[in-house]
Design a protein around this ligand. Structure first.
Ligand SMILES: [Zn+2]
Length: 158
């Protein structure tokens, strides 16, 4: 089911999303997130970007192998100190590309659609996408991460 992208002025994109309820149909949510992420040609998509008030996102973990994961109730366990500045885009702000500073390596936890918990280390692009989507669930949009950064054009990413 393809859903409309939430307008970026909508409060759902600017408030923290609550932990998933026990009865949530995670398989449906996972399928919907992945389907919409591909439809909008993104490499990550948080549920609140398509109007779903659910603490979950889909992301491409490995671009080369096209490996996609869906993370429910994600947590950041550790951020390594090396910070990298890189251009980011966002499906919710299709006209903005800005430089954002983020740790290059992180350890994270999340649950999958079968409620199985995973603990993994991510680096490079995957770490950046995870942190960007995690921010969405915290109600933080990428522009507030980098208020003074230079806007450098328009290409959609997450
Ligand atoms: Zn985004």
């Amino acid at each position: 089911m393809i859903l409309e992208l939430t307008p970026n002025t909508h409060p759902i994109l600017h408030s923290k999303v609550k932990t998933c309820s026990v009865n949530l149909d995670r398989h449906f949510v996972a399928k919907t997130l992945v389907e919409n992420m591909h439809h909008y040609d993104g490499i990550g998509l948080a549920a609140n970007q398509i109007g779903m008030d659910i603490r979950a996102f889909a992301m491409v973990r490995d671009l080369e192998n096209n490996e996609v994961i869906v993370c429910f109730n994600p947590k950041i366990v550790k951020k390594y100190s090396e910070v990298v500045s890189c251009k980011e885009g966002c499906l919710s702000f299709p006209d903005e590309i800005i430089n954002v500073d983020r740790p290059d390596k992180i350890v994270v936890k999340y649950e999958d659609e079968d409620k199985k918990e995973h603990k993994i280390k991510l680096s490079g692009m995957a770490a950046r996408v995870f942190l960007h989507e995690f921010d969405h669930l915290e109600g933080i949009v990428f522009m507030s991460r980098s208020p003074n950064s230079l806007r450098v054009g328009g290409k959609k990413m997450h």
